[in-house]
Design a protein around this ligand. Sequence first.
Ligand code: 16G
Length: 167
Amino acid sequence: DFSKSTTQYNPAVSVKNPGEGLCMRPLCRGDYDEGYMSLLSQLTKVGDVSREEFEARFTAMEACPNSYYIVVIEDTMTKKVIGSGTLAVEQKFIRKCSSRGRIEDIVVNDQYRGKQLGKLLVDTLMILSQQVGCYKVSLECKDNMVNFYSQFGLSKEEGQNYMCRRF
Ligand code: 16G
């Protein structure tokens, strides 16, 4: 239900109909063979991940119900995953035992850009985060993506800083 969505689509695309020859669905275990890791490599370093490692991680995520929602877009002709986004839900004690959402790893294959697919992925995860009861949702992005993410009602919060230590 995109009725509360802050964005518009021209031409119309939707979860049921993301575009010709495309299908939107949850990530499957078999997506390792549909180029999932190479898609993620367009976002950041993925390193060598064997099928066994991928499947073990998939199983571990599956064992945490209501925590990892990974949505992908598949090109049904080539059977390749060409877009993906994750909603990670963290359970909290604060805010009456509420949850917070994080939108992570949004990536669209560079050959499929300009088709509103990134927007559709983020919108979908935004709506999902509300449906599963998150009291807030956040993400991290590069400077050049701030405009893109603003359209979903996300903004830099005054007095809040993103801090990070890398290992
Ligand atoms: C971006 C992503 C984040 C991802 C990170 C990977 C979005 C909205 N943000 O910040 O989710 O995990 O890049 O970069 O997709 P890193 O490997 O340098 O942490």
